[in-house]
Design a protein. Sequence first.
Length: 258
Amino acid sequence: AAARLAAEQEVENLSGLSPNPEKDIFVVRENRTTCLMAEFAAKFIVPYDVWASNYVDLITEQADIPLSRGAEMKGKCGTNESELELSWLDQAYILKLSFLKEGHNTSRGPEASWRLSRIQFTYDTSERTYFKDAVSPGKHTASSHRLSALVTPAGRSYECQAQQTISLVSSDHQKSVQLLLSEVRLQPFDIPADFVFSEEHKCPVDQREQLEETLPLILGLILGLVIVVTLGIYHIHHKLTASQVQIPRDRSQYKHMG
């Protein structure tokens, strides 16, 4: 059964297709059908301890760990639960993203949505590319607690160009690890066709930035319309008053009346 599942599932790292070298693209296919797609740029900011120059005190350094473009991947698709696992540098770093789809009742009736429900990041401070002289080097796991991120209506993809920061708690003395995500396009359920995202659901930050970009244009159009309407009313009023009979202001001109 395991061999049959492996034969029916395909995972592809298509990061080389992205013009942005910091952005990665991953696809999971089951039974020759795309069931999960993810595009994003990711970086981890990990604090770790090193000895001070006196070799008595500890000071905290910071490792900036980007998601490697050549990362290996695994994927798992389900009706209500999906998962994407990425590893790089001989599994010194492993990122696991878990997604959950669930229904809920609203004032408009029952609706469904999906979300990023859990993040788990395993890192090895004995790896020398990003960690220099770490005290007590070894493997640690940073994970989220009760996460509800990237919430998206069911049947749609999530899109967010802006950078988002998600905090993870590490097993290394409860240190806070930061995951920086940007240029995200993601859909773990209900993909309509091979390699095709559903209609995007933009994150609030992108929606606000889009509004800030279009608001000056909208205000300019409204102002221009007000000016045109005002000039039109003035022109009509001027024509009406010009066609009316002018009453003489010199009282001597009234002598012939009566």
